[in-house]
Design a protein. Sequence first.
Length: 384
Amino acid sequence: MSSKDWLEKDFYAVLGVAKDAPAAEVKKAYRRLARELHPDHNPGNAAAEERFKAVSEAYDVLSDDNRRREYDEMRSLFESGAFRRSARGGAGGQHQFDVSDLFGQGGGRDQRFGGASFSDLFGSIFSGGAGTAPRGPGRGRDVEAEIFLDFADAVQGTTQPLTLRTLGVCETCHGDGAKPGTRPRTCTHCNGTGVVNRNQGAFGFSEACRDCQGVGTVVDQKCPECHGTGGVTKTRTLTVRIPAGVADGQRIRLAGRGEPGERGGPPGDLYVRAIVRPDNMFGRSGDDLTVTIPVTYAESALGAEVRVPTLDGMVKVKVPPGTPSGRLLRVRGRGVPKRDGGTGDLLVTVEIVVPQQLSEEAREALLRFAELAPPLRRDHLERR
């Protein structure tokens, strides 16, 4: 596929979002469409599979802030017709914009835009260019999966199996797409570069070789298992190490564990999104854990030493005399492990529990206390 073909794709329309959609909305749209169009949910549906590929391709660009910005800049210039130019030596006619001009082909100078050359912009967006450097087999797609974690496992770290049904390396041809006993041959049309050049008027195009699809090699006798692609859909189980302190929604990158590249190309990456189940006792605030402990009025007024739960067992915490309900006590080093070393704290909220029923002796003692205790002033609450 040529760079011009890439540029003319509207990734926003593919995901069904506006051009100014925030990253969260782009991600939400992608996840919804990916679930809806995934091959596992649409067996044998070629149209759904093509849409799934298009949605993944669009998200690859729009989920990266730098690539999205560069894509927007190039689309804006392309749609505005800023690249129309007059033909040299002609009678005032015009040639339509040629993508190869951006890369200095056909005698044009490599123009600058936003501090970077157009070839730099295209190279970062489309992982390719219009030059004649060998392209080779394409990189495999990145894969995104979810893994559900208990609260304690997310804080302390764990290792869990993850079962995926994705494209994997064909075991019959070992990924090169050729029938066993044969090998792919170098494409004679592009001499193994994966790109071909052609002229149109005063300008030239460099585009992917149609004979080898930009890979640089041709499979004459295709593997009967994968039909020449080098990959087959299979179920595989991976062991995923969850680092201590992972947060809900955080993505963990496993380099090279995504889909294999076509015909032996490098694999993509696997991004595992952590879904942390809430805990019935602990909460989390950044690198700190939170917990609420009940105390009696006597303990809050006189002070006490109470046992407080942590993820590693119980600890004793001193409640100072006169502690009001809602006061925060800090237990150092009993929180979430930090990326740069160290550990967060445990934040303990004191909650005074008022008894629903009192014995007669307790009631009399409380009335006696009310007589002896200093009066509570409420003057500041009265309107004047």
